[in-house]
Write a protein that binds this ligand. Structure first.
Ligand SMILES: *Cc1c(COP(=O)(O)O)cnc(C)c1O
Length: 409
């Protein structure tokens, strides 16, 4: 007799994506028959490895419509963000010490900027509106004679909100400042052409676009302007002196294949996932009261939705189904407590709505059947949590919760 396995659904693709099997297939020979170091110039093993790396660089460059010489391989987007921001600061500090970024950036950008204040950087953090978008006038007003870099992420990891990249690029161009973007959530899922936008440095990673973990890249413009970054590690001078260390050849080969697949399939993927995401959103918001979609719904990645279920604690809700469904909640576990997501707080959500949010991020392998399963589980979970909640009961009885005097013990 066949025992049916319980269904397991992965809707946490913004955290990491599974590898596409076609990616794994291209990697396998580089673990066995082609084990060379791409820096070994004096035997065929080295040449084969180098060919694999060169080909991957071309595949990635084609996805971004850039020159392959403009791609620097790293260990992932965290390293690329560090290399871009610290590397620009060190290279250009004689021109100024001011960097502009946004409160809703990834920690890899925020913590890097914060670290640079210890060595004399001045950082301006732009606020976002309730829909998650920055104010272009505020950006323009923040630029001063000492500004050397503007760093704005292409698409947000928690909400999927897409910033007005072309407009930001135009402002940076007008003032002659470098524009860097953490495009980790956008590359391979939507067109990301830095030269058309005026982005001079762009960080991204393989494991968010169906490639392997532990490999990423930084695009660094080589022409108008020719940008240079100071290396953050000393060593053999690989990657045109910007990033030393033996290249992760199998990982890079897989990353290249992932880029090629994305170039050919991302539009069709996006169209299919938008329909699925919209259905998920529609079902949840029509079958449940008091749910709110976070972030601008017209400027958003097609595979992401972030929803707050009022008066339901997200972590608790997840426990009702997390044996079967992987999603992400708007609470971050720090050592001592559960902090509400700083991204959602920056959008103006109160702690309660931030804690009651769930991020659903669909991916290439998400099916219709899985979305139906998730809808049913979510509706049941939210109803269950609300049935147990005295606050929900009071809300249903029409008590104005904002005026309730909670007694202290
Ligand atoms: C995942 C992510 C990163 C970190 O990427 P790694 O390759 O895991 O270091 C950086 N920025 C954004 C926006 C991300 O989503």
């Amino acid at each position: 007799m066949m025992i049916k396995e319980p269904m397991r659904v992965y809707l946490d693709n913004n955290s990491t994506t599974p590898c596409d099997p076609r990616v794994v297939d291209t990697m396998v020979p580089y673990f066995y028959q082609k084990p060379g170091n791409s820096a070994s110039r004096n035997h065929p093993f080295g040449w084969e490895a180098e060919e694999g790396v060169d080909y991957a660089r071309e595949q990635i460059a084609a996805l971004l419509k850039v020159d392959s010489k403009e791609i620097i391989f790293t260990s992932g987007a965290t390293e690329s963000d560090n290399l871009a921001i610290k590397g620009v600061f060190e290279m250009y500090k004689s021109k100024g010490n001011h960097i502009i970024t946004v409160t809703t950036e990834h920690k890899a950008v925020l913590d890097t900027c914060d670290k640079l204040t210890e060595v004399g950087a001045e950082i301006t953090y732009l606020k976002v509106a309730e829909d998650g978008l920055i104010d272009l006038a505020e950006l323009e007003a923040a630029i001063k004679s000492t500004t050397i870099l503007v760093s704005v992420m292409w698409a947000n990891n928690e909400t999927g909100v897409i910033q007005p990249m072309k407009e930001i690029g135009d402002i940076c161009e007008k003032f002659g400042v470098l524009f860097m973007s953490d495009a980790t959530q956008a590359v391979g899922k939507m067109p990301t052409y830095p030269k058309e936008i005026g982005v001079h440095l762009m960080a991204f990673t393989s494991h968010k676009m169906y490639g392997p973990k532990g490999v990423g890249a930084l695009y660094v413009s080589r022409k108008s302007p020719r940008v240079k970054v100071t290396a953050q590690m000393d060593g053999g001078g690989h990657e045109r002196g910007m990033r030393s260390g033996t290249l992760n050849v199998p990982g890079i080969v897989g990353f290249g294949k992932a880029a090629e697949i994305a170039r050919l399939e991302m539009n069709a993927d996006a169209e299919r996932l938008k329909k699925l995401r919209d259905r998920l959103e529609h079902e949840l918001t029509s079958r449940l009261e008091e749910c709110y979609i976070n972030g601008n719904v017209d400027h958003r990645m097609p595979h992401v939705t972030n929803i707050s279920f009022k008066h339901v604690e997200g972590e608790g809700l997840m426990m009702t189904f997390n044996q079967n469904i992987a999603v992400s909640s708007g609470s971050a576990c720090t050592s001592a407590s559960l902090e509400p997501s700083y991204v959602l707080v920056a959008l103006g959500l109160g702690d309660d709505l931030a804690h009651s949010s769930i991020r659903f991020s669909l991916g290439r392998f998400t099916t219709d059947e899985e979305v139906d399963f998730v809808v049913d589980k979510l509706v049941a979970g939210v109803n269950h949590m609300r049935d147990l909640s005295p606050i929900w009961e009071m809300y249903k009885e029409g008590v104005d919760l904002s005026n309730v005097q909670w007694s202290e013990h």
